[in-house]
Design a protein around this ligand. Structure first.
Ligand SMILES: Cc1ncc(COP(=O)(O)O)c(C=O)c1O
Length: 477
């Protein structure tokens, strides 16, 4: 479970590099404490899980407080600012729309909505040609669950409604999306879990469901086990019972990709059994993994896909893209949303997508991401006792911090490393994944190689110091 970052000021060393500047004597900054206390007073406790840097403004791949500190951002907020923070093109487009004088239009026709749905449809491969604009990632997931269940009933009967998803998955915090998620602790509050929603093991080669130590070309064996698992859970033939299989294109908790062969088999299986394959691209979409869409790593196309976060690099907007026959199931006014295609959010999305393409941002993510990947693996080799694995592609990585010499996550050590990163001017969010043991690394996709190397230096220092502090190791690390 996530921990709070202690609200005690601590002396820190000054840092000055071209990308990071820590000029205050302490962290958290003394003057910021009053604001943080107000947040703790007026917000629910659940909101107090992030490092205590008081964000004042952010630009490109830097975040600033108002006390002179400047962080190199390896969070992108929470994998949102793909083309960087406060991109001037996005600001210009939003201001233009605000001055134009349309801030809201519900589902009444608007040119803005026509422009964005057309743009997305043209960016996506067949059959993902119809687009429904929404507000949050969770909402997009809910729509997919609704569409899949409705579709199952339409082509068969009321038995074809089951939704399959994966252990350790994250799909959001609303009731349906939380049930699709694969962390039992996060859904205890629901009590009456939907008996037609099932989690099965994710083909994670670091924590292999077949108990193998690593990937051994075992895609078929792994997939057969998956089919066996779901058949048992469904209590009948998958073709008769399952409406949809939803998975993150990479599991966000660890930046964990499924093996390619497994995904090819999954695609074939879904087609053969008339089960909708839903790829949740809320965090994976728009270049994050070095391809425009992360399902492209597998050379497959899902039937439905969700987007959010990086679709605007800023404003709250999400989307479902899907097969027209599925997307058109609902009659007019029976699948809508109050803020669908809000014109200001649409302006930010349009500018974001134009920038992404024009400035070859996805290509940059692949190129610079390869450097980051190599550096993270070098760090892992130096600290094999506490770094179990580094997973990820492009500009998203999960560094799995473990109890010495095991694969058991060490949430305390990961937490301390994250705190030290932030004290050194490297912005990361609090660790995620199994027992909070995974340091997630996700810089804006416009980051440069030099900035990456600067961040790697800070990360390595943080790891070395945290290890020394917690495990009492000497200076010869
Ligand atoms: C894969 C995935 N799906 C869905 C969501 C939920 O998105 P939101 O927080 O916008 O509701 C998230 C958010 O982190 C996510 O990573």
């Amino acid at each position: 479970m996530a921990k709070e970052y202690a609200l005690e000021v601590k002396k820190i060393e000054k840092v000055t590099t071209p990308y990071r500047k820590m000029v205050t004597d302490t962290f958290p900054v003394r003057k910021s404490i009053e604001v943080i206390k107000r947040l703790r007073k007026y917000e629910p406790r659940s909101m107090s899980g992030q490092p205590l840097a008081l964000w004042d403004h952010a630009s490109g791949f830097n975040v600033f407080d108002k006390y002179g500190n400047k962080w190199l951002d390896w969070s992108s907020g929470v994998l949102v600012a793909n083309i960087g923070h406060s991109n001037p093109e996005i600001k210009k487009a939003m201001i233009k729309q605000i001055n134009h004088g349309l801030l809201h239009n519900y589902c009444f026709p608007s040119e803005a909505r026509a422009n964005l749905t057309e743009k997305l449809s043209k960016m996506l491969p067949k059959p993902l040609k119809k687009i429904f604009l929404l507000t949050t990632g969770s909402e997009a997931v809910e729509v997919c669950l609704k569409l899949a269940r409705t579709y199952g009933q339409k082509i068969a009967d009321k038995k074809k409604i089951a939704i399959i998803s994966f252990n350790a998955a994250f799909h959001g915090r609303t009731m349906g999306s939380q049930m699709a998620g694969g962390s039992p602790a996060l859904k205890e509050w629901i009590v009456n879990l939907d008996k037609d929603m099932h989690n099965v093991p994710f083909p994670n080669c670091y924590r292999c469901p077949l108990g193998k130590p690593n990937y051994q070309g075992c895609d078929t064996e792994c997939f057969n086990k998956f089919v066996k698992n779901i058949t048992k859970k469904l209590g009948g033939k998958p073709a008769d019972r399952a409406a949809g299989i939803i998975m993150e294109s990479f599991q966000g908790g660890g930046a964990t990709f499924a093996p390619k062969g497994f995904m090819k088999l999954l695609r074939k299986f879904c087609t053969a059994n008339k089960i909708l394959l839903i790829c949740d691209e809320v965090q994976a979409g728009f270049g994050r993994s070095g391809k425009m869409f992360s399902f492209q790593h597998y050379n497959i196309v899902p039937d439905l896909t969700t987007f959010g976060k990086g679709i605007t690099s800023s404003m709250p907007l999400s989307a479902v893209a899907g097969r027209p026959d599925v997307m058109d199931i609902y009659e007019p006014n029976t699948m809508t949303s109050t803020h669908t295609g809000n014109p200001v959010c649409v302006a930010s999305a349009m500018a974001n997508l134009d920038y992404l393409v024009k400035h070859k941002v996805v290509q940059n993510a692949a190129k610079v991401g390869a450097i980051l990947k190599a550096e993270l693996h070098k760090i892992k080799e130096k600290h094999t006792d506490i770094i179990g694995e580094v997973q990820g592609e492009g500009l998203v990585y999960g560094m799995h911090i473990v109890k010495e010499g095991s694969r058991n996550p060490d949430g305390d050590l990961a937490h301390l490393i994250s705190a030290k990163c932030v004290e050194k001017g490297l912005m990361v969010f609090s660790p995620v994944g199994l027992n909070g043991g995974t340091l997630k690394i996700a810089p804006p996709l416009i980051i440069t190689a030099a900035a990456i190397l600067d961040g790697v230096k800070a990360l390595e220092e943080a790891i070395t110091e945290a290890k020394r502090e917690m495990l009492g190791e000497g200076d010869n690390l």
